[in-house]
Design a protein. Sequence first.
Length: 322
Amino acid sequence: MTDSPRPVLLDCDPGHDDAIAIMLAVADPGIDLLAVTTVAGNVTLPNTTRNALRVLDMVDRPDIPVAAGRDRPRARDLSTAAVMHGESGLAGPLPIEPSRAALGVPAIELIEQVLRDADEPVTLVATGPLTNMADVVERLPHLHDRIRELVIMGGAVDLGNWTPAAEFNIWVDPEAADIVFSAGTVPGGDTGAGIELTMIGLEVTHQAWLDDAHAAAFRGQGKAGQFVAELLDHFVGFHQDRFGWPGAPIHDAVTIAHLIDPRLVQTMPMNVQIETQSALCMGRTVADRWSVTGRSPNAAVGLGIDRDRFVTLLLQRLGTLP
Ligand code: RIB
Ligand code: CA
């Protein structure tokens, strides 16, 4: 008897790697992608929302509802990563207009409806700034028991990627991240109040890179494969030029791969606090790797990944798309 597919809601800011995360969630038979919500981050909210709709068209899933969330961080101006993803957010593939509009309700209302109506607790995945997830923590306390867990791409135990101290998703909206981590508990721990939280940070995702050879493998492999190849052409080129890396880390897809194969990512319970005051270290995830603070762990923090297993899984699943 195979388990029924895991119900998932993905909150994202597409974004090249968010787009691949959406495609992986749709491709895996063990995941039931109930809805996609969008947040301002990589690019502005109209563009992240248009991109989510475009990607779902690309994989022939215009039935999956999309709702737009917050268009700016909670307590500061929006700073985007358009330099990396292009102003559109999906530089590379030819810009095609979505077949539909997003729902006329804010993301928090779609999230509430999904949590309320699902047959079982829903896994939330967040691959952008945590602005919408902070709303879930604060505005849906009556539905926290309908959340199986929250898996985020964000943060780092060691160095950042957007500043020397901080990873982009957390840096964009540190106040939101602080609210989310303050509500976090360790998955499988004592089921006290709070939301079971897994942090997939840069120690993991910087190993999850694809390169030109992977782009070549996708090229011509149907509509979806061609789309991924064109995404990688831009994304790999940017990372080779900007960082001198062999390829581009597909950060966000690791959150979905972690749901598909829990053996992929090695995690450790840690206390994680968010820096919201220091100009120098704003948005840093202060992860107590050696338990020196005495603070209780509030998340399972990713420390490593079986890279070959990840790449094999990603290529195999994406290869099944039309
Ligand atoms: O730091 C990487 C994260 O920032 C990824 O989610 C990427 O899409 C950007 O949002
Ligand atoms: Ca993202």
